[in-house]
Structures are given as structure tokens and as C-alpha cells.
Write a protein that binds this ligand. Structure first.
Ligand code: AMP
Length: 304
């Protein structure tokens, strides 16, 4: 199954206790596409950048066999910029600035040849734009959606409209609490599922992820890492690995959703090992599978 990815393409400035980068390649659509590209080809990307988006980033997407025909380039505009700082506890991040720039007037235009794509991954962008994308699609089979506190705070009503039209929502623990107004994550998942999506995935940073459906609660561990350089993009890489696996296998059974969560966690673990998208460069399907298998050992134990 091919995958259409819509989201931000960004230049990120990031500070972590281990270093900093300025105007590094980022954005939700970038991370999702690159992570998913290890599972299915081509990934189709729809987004917008300014004339300042480096050609090396475009080349990198092309090398990963990402179809960029749906990428709008506004020559005299500036690319979306985000800057953030992580504290010693890398689970905590402060957004220092969000400059929408060319995103402010972005009107996603889905090219005719993309409209029948069966799997859609809506990266973290304005939920009004997420809805516009769905309006142009011809009956997709699987719609996976990501969001973040920025949109829950500012556009909750629009987000709720989006939620009615998706199958799977991925968000992190604090976002789940914010959206549901419920501190307990199991209950929060139930409240969010009542808003529309059949499946909710709640990411808990270095504590793993919860997969919640009406039939089951699956708790996936996170890969224990000694060297985390930059958590930026971990959530999007998770979404890319997750959706990539589902698209590759064309199977949304509960057992396969669990595998997809582990593939998502695997891609997230590679992402955080380096700054920006560097951790997702030069992976191979075999390396990904090796780490996937290591996950199985993490919480396997024998009964007496
Ligand atoms: P993650 O660490 O996976 O939650 O996502 C990080 C990426 O999200 C960064 O590369 C940012 O460029 C992008 N980002 C941050 N804020 C926003 C926003 N309000 N809308 C769209 N993308 C964003």
C-alpha cells in the first residue's frame, strides 16, 4: 500500500544538554516520510517550503525515494521554523519559538495522481489543513493522524472534526491528558476513542507506548538507550515506522498493530541517536529488523 504523508517541513534550531544545531532539517512530514521509506516505496509527500530550504534536504528525500511532486516551493517565502530546548530530563522540552512562515498561507493541494492513495498519514499540522487533505482524498482505507499540544490549545474544535474522520490517533501522554481532560492514560484513551479514532496510541517518551483499542491494552517498552543526543522527531519517526509497517503488510489486525508499534519504537530509537534526521540516514531494513527483535527480549520472562 502506498502512503501519502502531509505535514510540516522545517528548519529546526535545537539545544540539548549535549549540543545544539541551527536551521537543521526537520518537520513532521520529513521525519515520517524518511522513517516510512524503509518499509514502502514510494512515499508521497505534500507540504510547503520556502526558497531557503536547502537543496541537500530535497536530494536526501529523493534518495530515500520520497515522491516530492506534491511539495510546494514558495521561492520568495521562508520555510517554517521551530526552535526548542531540552532540559536534562530529555522528556521535557520547551518550545522557544514557532514561526509558521510559508505555512501560514499553506493550502494543501493534493495532486490528482495522489488522490487514490490508500493510506494517509496526517502529520502534525493545523487540523483545518488535515481536514482539507481528507476532503480531497478518494476514500482512503487507513488514516493515521498525529497532533501536538500547540493545536490542541489553539484549534481543539477543528481537531475534533478531524478525529471523526481518522482511524488511528498517535499522541504523547501530556497531549492525551490535555485533549481528554483526564489524567489517567487508560481513561484518556477511552475518552479520545469516543471522539472518533478506533485506535489510540499514547507515547510516553523513554517509558514506551500504549496501544489502546476497544479490545485490548498493549504496553510496549521503549528501547533502553545510553546515548540520546536529540529527541526531536522521535514522535514523527514513530509514526513513520508505525504507518510504514502497516502499509507494507496491509494488515490492521490487533497482532499486527502491536508489531507496528514496535517498528515505530524502533525507528524512534534510531532517530534520537543523532541530531536532526541524521539518525535516520543509512539505515537498512536488516538493521531495523535486528533492533525490532531486540525489543522482544526486553520484556520476555519465563513463568516457573
Ligand atoms: P516530534 O519531536 O516528533 O514531536 O516533532 C518534532 C518536529 O515537529 C520538528 O522537526 C518541528 O519542526 C515540528 N513542529 C514543531 N512544532 C510544530 C507545529 N506547531 N506544527 C507543525 N510542525 C511542528
Amino acid at each position: 500500500m502506498s502512503v501519502l504523508v502531509v505535514g510540516s517541513l522545517a528548519l529546526d534550531s535545537i539545544e540539548t544538554p549535549f549540543g545544539s544545531v541551527h536551521d537543521a532539517i526537520g518537520g513532521s512530514a520529513t521525519y515520517i516520510s524518511v522513517a516510512a521509506s524503509y518499509f514502502v516505496n514510494p512515499i508521497r509527500i505534500v507540504g510547503v517550503v520556502g526558497g531557503d530550504f536547502p537543496s541537500s534536504a530535497i536530494t536526501f528525500l529523493e534518495e530515500r525515494k520520497v515522491d516530492i511532486d506534491g511539495l510546494q516551493v514558495i521561492k520568495d517565502g521562508k520555510t517554517f521554523r521551530w526552535s526548542g530546548r531540552y532540559r536534562y530530563d530529555l522528556n521535557e522540552r520547551d518550545t522557544l519559538s514557532t514561526d509558521l512562515n510559508v505555512f501560514e498561507k499553506f493550502d494543501p493541494e493534493i495532486p490528482e495522481k495522489y488522490r487514490k492513495t490508500r493510506c494517509v498519514c496526517l502529520g502534525n499540522i493545523d487540523p483545518v489543513l488535515q481536514l482539507k487533505v481528507l476532503d480531497q482524498m478518494d476514500n482512503p482505507r487507513l488514516v493515521v493522524c498525529d497532533t501536538m499540544n500547540y493545536w490542541i490549545d489553539r484549534k481543539k474544535a477543528d481537531l475534533q472534526k478531524t478525529l471523526k474522520r481518522i482511524n488511528i490517533l498517535i499522541l504523547n501522554d501530556s497531549e492525551a491528558r490535555l485533549l481528554s481532560q483526564e489524567p489517567n492514560l487508560i481513561k484518556a484513551g477511552r475518552v479520545i476513542r469516543s471522539m472518533g479514532p478506533r485506535v489510540v496510541i499514547i507515547k510516553k517518551g523513554e517509558h514506551g507506548a500504549l496501544l489502546l483499542t476497544d479490545q485490548m491494552t498493549f504496553s510496549a517498552p521503549a528501547y533502553p538507550m545510553e546515548n540520546i543526543f536529540d529527541p526531536t522527531g522521535a514522535g514523527d519517526s514513530f509514526a513513520g515506522g508505525f504507518v510504514g509497517w502497516l502499509a507494507r503488510t496491509d494488515d490492521t489486525s490487533e497482532e499486527n498493530l502491536k508489531r507496528a508499534v514496535i517498528y515505530g519504537s524502533t525507528l524512534a530509537s534510531f532517530c534520537v541517536e543523532k541530531f536532526s534526521v541524521d539518525g535516520l540516514k543509512d539505515l537498512t531494513y536488516l538493521r531495523i529488523q535486528d533492533r525490532f527483535r531486540e525489543f522482544r527480549e526486553l520484556s520476555r520472562f519465563e513463568d516457573l
